[in-house]
Design a protein around this ligand. Structure first.
Ligand code: PMP
Length: 453
């Protein structure tokens, strides 16, 4: 019998849907163990973080070695080998045009830094009127006030309004919901991308600083990939109007979709790109922005430095963990495994849920796969958010020892429930089969309890 921890929780500010969460006491490979020894298959990598699984020996050794030398030296005084080597590693493998890496401690900080750097760029080049940001509806770029200001998730935003940055929102690229019958992928991609041009012209072509988007949407929409050509058109529009393209790869980046950067599959680069979760694989909190030469040059030739900074930026132990993570991914050729197991996962999900009465769409890339749940496959009507289907699925899966990442329900009151799978890159075919089996049991638990099966 699984006993909750005996002491009441003191850390009350964060409450998940699991009223009293178990305590994670140990991790090994793709499993986390609680205080009772119960194992949980980490099929979500936490929140698409733990790409190497838990307790990876190479990362642990690198962190130990770093701590034995020096754990932290303030970047206002020192650089460190770990920081310089990681920056070089990231820039060497970055999308075309990226010249520098700037470190922060997580995804929201990366969004903040990118937004400020975009603003500073326009001040440096003498275009101070460019201050508006355009993003997409149902998007999430972080929970700090600047990131929340640009995000398009109205439910998250509304209680904190007024927000800091004036942002306007265009449609996401969401073929399952918004592609019209008979409309080709190319025509649909063009139609939704062109909303960016309309928004720029509405705000005033000389007043828009940046467009922010996740190449493959994770946080709000369950591994929603763009149609081919969508981002090419977005890039064209940004270039035409002098608007910077900020790509948020906090969740979809660093190998998750089968290429190191998700945007590689679209054949373009951003001007700024944020990365975080998979960068340090959860061994240390770390994020970064990749900065294009154009922006780096403007700042170098202008005031000379980015007017920003955090106490822990470039933290030596965090950089050492991230460097070991990135090297391990290459040395073990894990991106090939992401592609291989990602296909198996997609096949397994399609085979098991392709005809499921409450699964409307199965999508994603690499080991970043999502299911969209619907009350009716024909009409695509979502479940009533009050039913909390996604939370119930999380709970049922967790009870069966599976971590699946639930989302949605209340997003803008219209979008439905999603489940996201983002298992570690080290999964085997057997692990993938187990994920699908456990998830099927959890789905049956929920829909039977709801009286729907
Ligand atoms: N952007 C995206 C796309 C994310 O998924 C997240 C986290 N879910 C963030 C930004 C914010 O990252 P963090 O929680 O590390 O601040």
């Amino acid at each position: 019998m699984n006993q909750p921890h005996s002491k009441p929780e003191t850390y009350v500010l964060h409450r998940s849907s699991l009223a009293i969460p178990p305590r994670a006491v140990r991790g090994e490979g793709i499993y986390i163990f609680d205080q009772n020894g119960k194992s949980y298959l980490d099929a979500s990598g936490g929140a698409a973080v733990s790409c190497l699984g838990h307790s990876d020996p190479a990362v642990r050794a690198a962190m130990h070695a770093q701590i034995d030398q020096i754990a932290y030296a303030h970047s206002g005084f020192f650089s460190t080998d770990a920081m310089e080597e990681l920056a070089e590693d990231l820039v060497t493998h970055a999308p075309e045009g990226m010249a520098k890496a700037y470190f922060v401690s997580g995804g929201s900080e990366a969004t903040e830094a990118a937004l400020k750097m975009a603003r500073q760029y326009f001040l440096e080049i003498g275009q101070p009127d460019r201050k508006y940001v355009i993003a997409r509806r149902q998007s999430y770029h972080g929970n700090t006030l600047g990131a929340l200001s640009v995000g398009g998730n109205m439910w998250r935003r509304k209680q904190f309004e007024p927000l800091l940055i004036t942002a306007s929102h265009i449609a996401p690229c969401y073929p399952y919901r918004d592609q019209m019958p008979g409309e080709s992928d190319a025509a649909y991609g063009l139609r939704v991308a062109n909303e960016l041009e309309t928004a720029i012209l509405e705000l005033g072509a000389d007043s828009v600083a940046a467009f922010v988007a996740e190449p493959v949407v994770g946080a709000t929409s369950g591994a929603l990939a763009p149609v081919p050509g969508y981002f090419k058109r977005i890039r064209e529009i940004c270039d035409q109007y002098g608007v910077l393209l900020i790509l948020d790869e906090v969740m979809c980046g660093m190998g998750r979709t089968g290429t190191l950067h998700a945007i590689e599959q679209e054949g373009i680069s951003g001007d700024l790109q944020t990365i975080a979760k998979g960068l340090g694989a959860g061994y240390q909190p770390i994020g970064a922005i990749l900065v294009s030469k154009k922006i780096d040059d403007a700042i170098a030739n202008g005031s000379g430095f980015f007017q920003h900074g955090h106490t822990y930026q470039g933290h030596a132990t965090a950089c050492a963990a991230a460097l070991a993570t990135q090297r391990t991914i290459r040395e073990r050729d894990l991106l090939a495994n992401v592609v291989r197991q990602g296909e198996l996962l997609a096949d397994g999900l399609r085979e098991r849920f392709g005809q499921h009465p409450f699964v409307g769409d199965i999508r994603g890339r690499g080991l970043f796969r999502g299911l969209e749940l619907v009350a009716d496959r024909e009409t695509k009507d979502p479940f009533d958010p009050a039913r909390k289907i996604n939370a119930k699925i999380k709970k049922a899966a967790f009870a069966r020892g599976l971590m699946a990442y639930p989302m949605g329900g209340t997003i803008d009151g219209v979008r439905g429930d999603h489940v996201l799978f983002a298992p570690p890159f080290i999964v085997t075919g057997d692990d993938v089969a187990r994920i699908v089996d456990l998830f099927e049991l959890a789905m049956n638990d929920v829909f039977t309890a709801e009286g729907l099966l």
